[in-house]
Design a protein around this ligand. Structure first.
Ligand SMILES: *Cc1c(COP(=O)(O)O)cnc(C)c1O
Length: 394
């Protein structure tokens, strides 16, 4: 199904193709059923029914009330709304001015927290992670108090695949009545999320990570969580996110989420088989290679490495020329030669961190794709090492 025939896509953590059934579900809402859900007439009523149907679908799959789901423009916006909205409101109401995040967050969280600290008087503090990039609950327990405005932790890590112990972290937050936000943008495609209100107060989602369209997201906000709207205007989305809703994309997101949380979870075993084939083949065939992230508590589709003596960007270029679309870790870092903060936080040295590679499979990946890849990768790594030795020798 790859768009560019004979190219193999191994970057499902960056984005996914939209499932045909999702496109199908969206189409009527661009044309025949184009109404504004806020309008009183029949066109508006039809759009509103579609919007509320989508909201109920997502709420049902999460086991929450539909009034706890707010649609946004993307995963990034959901993270921004959670952090900024809750931080401002908790500071206004209770004077809580500390923000605790892990050092392995997506930039949608870490740069938002940084801005809150630099421009809005919040004190930003980082939780601890181990060498797998997993957040340490004991350390959270040690530093949390009522003066914390919000705690934010990534569920399934986009760069290193590690799955965090969110239930345990959430329980600690709840003991102090501190809102706990989870970035579930990656995990939505791979982990069952029903009952998430037992362990978090907010959770961010983005449709294009689970075979839905780009440019639409959602935020779960548990009832009673203090939050200041970040977009003000017509009062849509319960007054929390004004702006006319993108009905076709929201309908698509709900359809995609339903597919992800039902049949998507059923292909887990085959994704894990592909993932582990890639991991073991790299470990067996490439000297000076290291798996990054947790060996087993990781996203089903996610393999990530660092290679000694290899420039990760150079490797990506050679892979691309050989027909494989991979990533160095995070799509947002393209063109940025600085080592990943996530890898540094796990104790990986800066030169080694520059040799990173992320390979993420998905529902359209085949065994043949994987075999082709594992046969080519060692040759490319070897080629880069040889080239850099030759350059040094001159
Ligand atoms: C992709 C991603 C985001 C951002 O989502 P967009 O919809 O692309 O804005 C946030 N967090 C994580 C973990 C992601 O993987």
């Amino acid at each position: 199904m790859n768009a560019s025939l004979d190219k193999i896509y191994f970057d499902y953590a960056a984005t996914t193709p939209v499932d045909d059934r999702v496109v199908e579900a969206m189409l009527p809402y661009f044309t025949r059923q184009f109404g504004n859900p806020s309008s009183v007439h029949i066109f508006g009523q039809e759009a509103e029914a579609a919007l509320e149907g989508a909201r109920e679908t997502i709420a049902r799959l999460l086991g929450v009330s539909s009034s706890e789901i707010v649609f946004t423009g993307c995963g990034t916006e959901s993270d921004n709304l959670a952090l900024r909205g809750v931080a401002f409101e908790r500071k206004l109401r209770y004077g809580a001015d500390r923000i605790l995040i892990s050092p392995v967050e997506h930039h949608a969280v870490s740069h938002t927290a940084r801005q809150l600290a630099d421009h809005f008087g919040f004190r930003l503090e980082f939780l601890r992670v181990d060498s797998f990039g997993m957040v340490d609950p004991d350390y959270l327990q040690k530093i949390i108090d009522r003066d914390v405005a919000i705690v934010s932790v990534i569920h399934g890590n986009n760069e290193i695949g590690t799955i965090n112990p969110v239930a345990e972290l959430g329980q600690i937050c709840r003991n102090y009545q501190v809102p706990f936000h989870v970035d579930a943008v990656q995990s939505a495609a791979h982990l069952p999320l029903k009952g998430l209100e037992d362990w978090c107060d907010l959770a961010a989602f983005g449709a294009h990570k689970f075979y839905g369209p780009k440019g639409v997201g959602a935020l779960f906000i548990r009832k009673g969580t203090p939050i200041l709207p970040m977009l003000t205007g017509g009062g849509q989305e319960n007054g929390i996110r004004s702006g006319t809703q993108n009905v076709p994309y929201i309908v698509g997101m709900a359809k995609a989420f339903e597919l992800a949380q039902t049949e998507g979870l059923k292909i887990h075993a085959s994704l894990i088989q592909f993932r582990d084939r890639i991991i073991s083949s790299v470990q067996d065939n490439i000297k000076g290679s290291h798996l990054t992230g947790h060996p087993t508590l990781r996203l089903a589709n996610h393999a990530s490495f660092v290679f000694e003596g290899v420039d990760g960007n150079q490797l990506l270029i050679l892979l691309d020329a050989a027909g494989f679309a991979c990533s160095s870790g995070s799509a947002c870092k393209t063109g940025d030669p600085k080592p990943s903060e996530v890898l540094l936080a796990m104790g990986i040295s800066p030169p080694l961190a520059l040799g990173s590679l992320r390979v993420t499979v998905g529902k359209y990946t085949t065994q043949e794709d994987v075999e082709k890849f594992v046969s080519v990768l060692p040759l490319l790594v070897h080629k880069i090492r040889k080239m850099s030795l030759e350059l040094k020798g001159r």
